[in-house]
Design a protein around this ligand. Structure first.
Ligand SMILES: [Zn+2]
Length: 231
């Protein structure tokens, strides 16, 4: 195995010498929790999850698939080492915020308080009958969740919004990115590309991505290995 310590040392120095760091994360940060990239799921899964009509047509199959692809991993495996590292970096004042294209809410579960979930998350779920909104807790049960107020079917946020973008979260993301003096991109393929020029960009990703060209430091390893020192 390649010795990645010099790169981690360089990352530590960059973190110490910057004061407004934002992490931009994508599917790669959640794969060690067992969650696949929505865009690369076995055929049908991604579209199944984004289709409210398939939820209404067959709630049992829909939630069975949702448990298999997301909910069991979120509630049983929880945040990865990298999620926990980012939460610690925020707590110690080294990280301003997280911008993520993930819908799994694992950054918040890990303890990050400033998170822009730009494609919504499983923390916003809606009753299809009375419209009441529920947090992620309503999904933490086996089978199909129903509204405790009116008995209506619950639609998960990303499904309800057809994996659309959240305007509030986009606004936060733009603000935080504009204030950033350094960006750490973790496991993102570049679905979100509002990365300022002229600020150091550190990328942690074992795969080639759109960020390769502009990265000041490119650590081609998985995020858990690189960030374990921060947990
Ligand atoms: Zn209801």
């Amino acid at each position: 195995m390649k010795n990645i310590n010099p790169q981690i040392e360089q990352l530590n120095q960059l973190i110490d010498s910057h004061h407004h760091i934002v992490a931009l994360t994508g599917a790669g940060i959640s794969t060690s929790a067992g969650i696949n990239d929505l865009m690369h799921m076995p055929m049908g899964s991604g579209s199944l999850l984004s289709s409210e009509s398939s939820l209404e047509a067959d709630p049992v199959s829909f939630y069975k698939e949702l448990h298999k692809t997301f909910l069991d991993q979120i509630f049983q495996n929880g945040p990865t080492i990298a999620h926990k590292a980012l939460a610690n970096l925020e707590k110690s004042g080294h990280l301003d915020a997280v911008v993520t294209t993930n819908v799994d809410y694992l950054h918040e579960i890990a303890g990050n308080t400033k998170v822009a979930d730009i494609w919504y998350s499983f923390n916003h779920n809606y009753c299809l009958k009375c419209g009441h909104e529920f947090s992620i807790d309503i999904l933490n049960q086996s089978g199909v969740p129903y509204c405790p107020i009116c008995g209506g079917l619950i639609s998960p946020g990303p499904t309800h919004h057809h994996i659309g973008t959240s305007r509030t979260d986009i606004e936060n993301a733009v603000t935080w990115m504009n204030e950033a003096d350094m960006v750490i991109v973790i496991g993102s393929n570049g679905y979100y590309d509002r990365v300022k020029e002229n600020v150091p960009l550190v990328q942690i990703n074992p795969l080639k991505t759109e960020f390769d060209q502009e990265a000041t430091l490119n650590i081609r390893e998985n995020a858990d290995d690189v960030l374990s020192g921060f947990v």
